[in-house]
Design a protein around this ligand. Structure first.
Ligand SMILES: Nc1ncnc2c1ncn2[C@@H]1O[C@H](COP(=O)(O)OP(=O)(O)OP(=O)(O)O)[C@@H](O)[C@H]1O
Length: 252
């Protein structure tokens, strides 16, 4: 379980996160949605210790991030941010091995090699494995970065807009793989999504945020309503139903 208690965060006089309190269940895909500037990325930055905790507490299972050793944290939570600088002269398989660094500390074992190979196959990267990162398209690079995060093999994954640059096939494949990894390997995957229908189709739980605050938490069918969409985005929608899950259609 991820427990976030009374997290507030300000930059200068601007309040970015305002008393965020959340309990997120384990072994689920959890979509974090909300309008631009709501504070989703800032919350991820605080949760992954990229930004300091100013007030409140974040725990991943028994690990309180305020006191957790860096090495333990790197085996507990992995985050893919929105802005990612990658060294172009690395090959794909080398970057994936970099994701294993918390385990091998620079000296990969057979187990690390096996894990990288498994992820290459799972994420359909075989034909790209020997390519330099600088030669990949935007979507290919994004897929490799996500695979690197999964290689880190942490029980908690935070992915900030991972579907950026992905086509319809790869977006669907990725969401299915994340759901499979989450459910079969008991991983908790929190994903910032702007595509509400990806959240509706694949998330077990949806969290909505606006103006630095959590507005709602629940199953897609309970949270993704006409009223919520109006309150979050000021957009009029029609909510259809497909196999028990909502489908949101913009009907402005
Ligand atoms: N370094 C900074 N200095 C000043 N304001 C900042 C800084 N970083 C973020 N903010 C502000 O904090 C607020 C929350 O930003 P954040 O990136 O967390 O939102 P978000 O929900 O991830 O948005 P998006 O969906 O657009 O990615 C925004 O108003 C943003 O302008």
């Amino acid at each position: 379980m991820i427990k976030i208690d009374n997290i507030s965060y300000h930059i200068g006089k601007q309040q970015i996160l305002n008393d965020v309190t959340l309990s997120l269940p384990s072994a689920q895909v959890i979509a974090l949605i909300g309008p631009n500037g709501a504070g989703k990325s800032t919350l991820f930055s605080v949760m992954s210790r990229l930004q300091p905790i100013q007030s409140g507490q974040v725990c991943f299972g028994e690990h309180d991030i305020a006191t957790c050793h860096a090495k333990t944290l790197s085996k507990t939570v992995a985050m893919l941010g929105q802005e990612n600088q990658v060294q172009g002269r690395l090959r794909v398989h080398e970057l994936l091995m970099f994701g294993r660094y918390p385990y091998h500390q620079g000296q990969p074992t057979a187990n690390d090699q096996q894990k990288v190979q498994e992820i290459i196959e799972r994420f359909e990267l075989t034909s790209l494995a020997d390519r330099f990162l600088s030669t990949l398209s935007g979507g290919q690079r994004q897929r490799v970065l996500i695979a690197m995060i999964v290689c880190q093999d942490t029980p908690y994954l935070l992915l900030d807009e991972p579907l950026n640059n992905l086509d319809m096939y790869h977006a669907g494949r990725l969401m299915r793989e994340l759901r499979e990894v989450s459910h079969s390997q008991q991983k908790t995957v929190v994903i910032v999504l702007h595509d509400i229908n990806q959240a509706a189709q694949f998330a077990d739980t949806v969290v909505t945020m606006k103006a630095g605050q959590v507005m709602a938490v629940g199953k897609p069918v309970d949270v993704l309503t006409k009223e919520t969409m109006k309150a979050l985005y000021n957009v009029d929608v029609t909510v259809l139903n497909h196999q028990g899950r909502p489908v949101i259609v913009d009907t402005v």
